[in-house]
Every structure is written in C-alpha cells, then in structure tokens.
Write a protein that binds this ligand. Structure first.
Ligand code: ZN
Length: 139
C-alpha cells in the first residue's frame, strides 16, 4: 500500500486516506494562448513508468493539497512537499538521484529566470503595455 506523509500535518497517511489529483507542476495556459498549448494543458499528461510528480489531497486528515515524488512502478516515495512549491525541492531531487542514478530533472532549475521577459520576445519591448489609467482619463 502506498503511504505518503502529509507535509502540513506530518501524518503518514495510507492511500485510502488520500485523494489523487494527477500530475503536478503543470504549466498553465489560459486566454491568449494558442489552441495547441491550451489543449495540451487540458488533456496531455505524462504517464511514466518510474519517477512521477503528483498532486495528492489529505482527504481524511487536514484536507490540504500537497505534492509527492514517487516511482509509479515500485511505489517508492522520494518525498512530499507543499503544494505551493514551484519545482521539487533539492532534497527530493537528491533522493531521486540517489535511488535512480542518471535520472535528471526535466524542468528549469530556476523557474524565475524564465519570467524575466526574454523568454517571450516582443512582450518586453513595449514601454507601457498596460498603462494604469489616470483620473483624467475618465473625465
Ligand atoms: Zn495533512
């Protein structure tokens, strides 16, 4: 049986106390995205035999959502962490690499670096893309 430790209340909960929420760390695409991006966000999910990052809810406990890294084939749990964590913490990556030598993360290790404007050509070129309206503009 799968047992995950809730990072909020610290209880080692069995699978029957939890609710699975699917793949974690999805990049959201909303209004303004292309149809293929939005379709992939809605429907495309990884289904690996091996290391997987998932969302779980401590349904019959504190009720909070959290994230877990585990092996889908062996049920080995590498760790759990809070749902607000943008990428898996280094200690979980280290635990995975200790158990699976050669495994490499498939995300950017510094997610904030991707949001500096250089990754979306053209967006940073407009000096006032969304100017704040002044009181005079409503007169
Ligand atoms: Zn809990």
């Amino acid at each position: 049986m799968l047992t995950l430790t809730c990072p909020y209340c610290g209880i080692a909960a069995e699978e029957t106390e939890l609710h699975a929420g699917g793949e974690s760390h999805l990049k959201r695409f909303g209004p303004g995205s292309s149809d293929p991006e939005f379709e992939a966000y809605l429907f495309a999910r990884k289904n690996p035999k091996g290391v997987h990052f998932e969302r779980w809810r401590h349904l019959y406990g504190c009720g909070k959502w959290f994230l877990a890294a585990r092996d889908t084939a062996t049920l080995q749990v590498f760790g759990t962490y809070r749902a607000q964590t943008p990428v898996p913490p280094p200690e979980i990556v280290a635990a995975i690499q200790a158990a699976r030598p050669g495994w490499q993360p498939d995300w950017d290790s510094n997610p904030r670096a991707a949001d500096d404007g250089d990754s979306a050509p053209g967006l940073g070129d407009d000096p006032a893309p969304n100017p704040t309206p002044s009181r005079d503009s409503f007169a």
